[in-house]
Write a protein that binds this ligand. Structure first.
Ligand SMILES: Nc1ncnc2c1ncn2[C@@H]1O[C@H](COP(=O)(O)OP(=O)(O)OP(=O)(O)O)[C@@H](O)[C@H]1O
Ligand SMILES: [Mg+2]
Length: 264
């Protein structure tokens, strides 16, 4: 009995300390980092929260990878924040070819290690980097690879594109969700602002493909690529942004040769 009360008082003391230290968060409004994407930071009242994890969802061709590349490019070129792009599906040469269309000098950023690109597409690494134990620590290899790159490169912005591939690869949605939460927690500890990309399917109304990705993110942004008459138009929606007000509703955007521009 005595033992129980002493350990419970120890637990209470620890809990109280933890509550007090966590409560310090209330004293600061949260530091923001602008994405630099023209028109976007206004939609979220000044940029993303530093150290938070965001989810970017949308159908194929909606502009997700371009959005993420620009987030990293502007972060490195304009805000001095080194970025890491982890490609889980598309080959790096294809991503770089995509970026070459824009008036961005990615090469000098890569040469100066302000931009680190990691090709972890299934074809590039097979199962090796991603899988140790399919049930318990399915994404251990991914965790270690990312943490090493983050620590060695002093990385401040991270993109995982797309995480949907991991759900497809492992099948166990619960395990992948938990592991992604662990990766997100590690990125937070290193002060990285991160975007996880997830795909939605054409014609399906859901926000994310597996219906679980949105719960683990501090914010969710949706890109639409919608048919209008004989053409298609691009829209963006801030669906969720913890700790901030934001523009409500869809805004039109376009992809120009200088990146994304939010319109009206
Ligand atoms: N320089 C450019 N100017 C205008 N539009 C462009 C340019 N480059 C690419 N695009 C548009 O962006 C689209 C590709 O965008 P992106 O690769 O970001 O899509 P995504 O959402 O990542 O798709 P996926 O899910 O298939 O990877 C192209 O299909 C094209 O419509
Ligand atoms: Mg893409």
């Amino acid at each position: 009995m005595a033992r129980r009360s002493s350990s419970s008082s120890g637990f209470m003391a620890e809990l109280k300390e933890r509550i007090i230290s966590e409560a310090r968060v209330l004293e600061s409004p949260g530091e923001r980092t602008p994405t630099g994407i023209r028109g976007f930071d206004e939609l979220v009242r000044g940029g993303l929260f530093r150290g938070a994890t965001y989810l970017l969802s949308g159908v194929s061709g909606a502009g997700k990878s371009i959005f993420c590349l620009e987030f990293l490019y502007r972060g490195a070129a304009e805000y001095g924040e080194p970025g890491l792009y982890v490609s889980l599906e598309e080959h790096l040469d294809s991503i770089l070819r995509n970026a070459r269309n824009f008036r961005w000098d990615m090469k000098s950023l890569i040469d100066r290690q302000m931009l680190v690109l990691l090709d972890l597409s299934a074809v590039a690494v097979g199962e090796r980097a991603l899988s140790l134990n399919p049930d318990m620590f399915a994404l251990d290899g991914l965790y270690t690879t990312i943490e090493t790159a983050v620590k060695e490169g002093g990385i401040k912005r991270v993109v995982l594109d797309p995480i949907s591939v991991l759900f497809l690869q492992y099948g166990n949605v619960g395990v992948v969700r938990r592991e992604l939460n662990v990766i997100s927690g590690m990125l937070k500890r290193h002060g990285c602002t991160s975007i996880f990309v997830t795909e939605t399917e054409h014609g399906k109304p859901s926000i994310t493909r597996f219906g679980v990705e949105e719960f683990m993110a501090d914010g969710v942004f949706i890109l639409y690529w919608e048919p209008e008459g004989e053409k298609r138009s691009r829209y963006i929606e801030i669906y969720k942004m913890r700790g901030s007000s934001h523009y409500e509703g869809k805004k039109r955007f376009s992809v120009t040769d200088n990146g994304i521009v939010i319109l009206y």
